[in-house]
Design a binder for this molecule. Structure first.
Ligand SMILES: [Zn+2]
Length: 270
């Protein structure tokens, strides 16, 4: 069993019967400890898939290639560079394609989308469409390990960004509901996130995410009438951030502003 204390240092490792997480060397305020690159491989098989090769860093890609055996496909949770930048170089190196929802990130013939099933020996990986963080966000359900790979839809620590205007809050809340229903159908589901440590209790994490989003939305709705009416529209999100995200480190205010734009769009559409 792996260490799932969220306060503990995170360095990847082996999870379940199928997974190994190799941590990329790109730690930062948004990427947390760095991007998690996931290798999934059946215990009795040489064949693997690699999810999110991460940034274009040769040493990281080499480390992943060394550990991955025979890679049949690279899969992307979404197109953000910290997940996708190294994908083509890695695919070239191991001789496979890149499968993603967004055609601009596909490499080779096959796309990837909700309902797709990827075989791994006697095991399977099921693709779950989870738009919201971005419009092209996918999660991957691994039934035999009772785990959901969530990319940036759910992180191992803290909460994520709705990357407005590509990301959208309504879609994001629907995706959290969808993952919640999936986790509720099964027992003891883990989350294997795109950044930060593995989460042992998916349902508790999703409950927290849903409650947090609802709380922020109420705070934004409450803050909007307090902002002077002559504030130019383009300065409105920043003014909301200063009121609602005062408790958050300023290095994250740019990301918070994207989420606030998404929240204002959501409130205006209601
Ligand atoms: Zn990311």
């Amino acid at each position: 069993m792996s260490d799932t204390d969220p306060a503990a240092a995170w360095s990847g490792g082996r999870f379940g019967a199928l997974a190994e997480c190799v941590l990329a060397d790109n730690a930062g305020p948004i990427t947390l400890d760095g991007t998690n690159t996931w290798i999934l491989r059946a215990p009795d098989s040489e064949d693997s898939v690699v999810i999110d090769p991460g940034p274009l860093e040769t040493a990281h890609l080499e480390r992943v290639a060394e550990r991955a055996g025979h890679v049949t496909a690279v899969l992307l949770t979404h197109g953000h560079l910290d997940h996708s930048e190294g994908a083509r170089a890695f695919a070239d190196r191991v001789g496979c394609g890149v499968r993603a929802l967004d055609p601009t990130h596909q490499y080779g013939s096959e796309g990837l989308g909700d309902g797709d099933v990827i075989g791994l020996g006697d095991h399977e990986v099921r693709v779950v469409g989870t738009p919201g963080h971005t419009s092209d966000s996918l999660s991957f359900w691994v039934p035999s390990d009772g785990a959901i790979l969530t990319g940036d839809t759910v992180l191992g620590r803290g909460t994520t960004v709705v990357a407005h205007p590509d990301g959208a809050l309504g879609a994001y809340l629907d995706s959290l509901d969808r993952l919640h229903a999936l986790a509720a159908e099964h027992e003891a589901v883990e989350i294997w996130p795109g950044h930060g440590p593995v989460i042992a209790d998916a349902l508790a994490a999703l409950d927290y995410y849903l409650a947090h989003r609802k709380q922020r939305l109420e705070q934004v709705a409450a803050a909007l009438p307090q902002i002077p009416e002559d504030t130019p529209a383009e300065e409105l999100p920043r003014a909301v951030v200063e009121r609602v995200y005062a408790d958050v480190d300023r290095v994250l205010w740019g990301a918070a502003e994207m989420s606030v734009r998404a929240q204002i769009a959501y409130l205006q559409a209601r």
